[in-house]
Design a protein around this ligand. Structure first.
Ligand code: PRP
Ligand code: URA
Length: 210
């Protein structure tokens, strides 16, 4: 496995993923699980966040203490389903800036179609975390990284809850410089380019549509 690809291996993530996959899990619980898994994955993927030192006075004495500089972080969900992951990250880094990329996969061609893009300024100075629960054919992920790079982003991580081997390979070949974090690597894609066993349509399950 490429050294830039990290597949999660924690019992808490595995357990929550199984609940997420279950077709009987309702919208409210599904949303909470996506948020919780995203928070657990952020713990892993944000290990290298830059630290600054601040002088703090404890009840005993003054000392120089490490604090994270959330201003350097840009969290960018791919609409719609990526929105479900945002709060999990913001619980940990509330000062992070948030951008949005709107992509919708064409039902017949499975190619992504862009409909929105608004990203924080000074992207070249920030660590950018792209969020999308599903990495299927990889078309949306590649297009989103292309857009972030076009706006100056250089330090980019992609976080997904489930990936198919095909999409993971497409993304890592197209953008070998980014780090990819996956909750689990699933078996394959079906004829409709859905991840198997997967969890179905992530956007529909998060927002209760369809
Ligand atoms: C889903 C998913 C990804 C994309 C993955 O979004 O959230 O963005 O498909 O598929 P790919 O790897 O084959 O590109 P969709 O386009 O269904 O939009 P939605 O989030 O608005 O439902
Ligand atoms: N998008 C989804 O929401 N689910 C899949 O399995 C593939 C693409």
């Amino acid at each position: 496995m490429d050294k830039n690809i990290m597949i999660m291996d924690h019992p808490l993530i595995k357990h929550k993923l199984s609940l997420l996959r279950n077709k009987n899990t309702g919208t409210g619980e599904f949303r909470s699980l996506v948020e919780e898994i995203s928070m657990l994955m952020a713990y892993e993927s944000l290990r290298d966040l830059p630290i600054e030192y601040e002088e703090i006075e404890t009840p005993i004495e003054k000392c120089s203490c490490p604090v994270i500089s959330g201003k350097k972080l840009a969290v960018v969900p791919i609409l719609r389903a990526g929105l479900g992951m945002v709060n999990g990250i913001l619980h940990l880094v509330p000062t992070a800036k948030v951008g949005h990329i709107g992509l919708c996969r064409n039902e017949e061609t499975h190619e992504p179609e862009e409909y929105y893009c608004k990203l924080p300024g000074n992207l070249e100075q920030r660590e950018v975390i792209l969020l999308d629960p599903m990495l299927a054919t990889g078309g949306s992920a590649v297009a989103a990284v292309d857009l972030v790079k076009k706006h100056g982003g250089k330090d980019i991580k992609f976080m997904c809850i489930l990936a198919a081997p095909y999409g993971l390979e497409i993304l890592s070949k197209a953008h070998p410089d980014i780090e990819i974090y996956c909750g689990n690597l699933d078996r394959c894609l079906n004829e409709d380019a859905y991840i198997c066993p997967g969890l179905g349509d992530a956007g529909d399950r998060i927002f209760g549509t369809k």
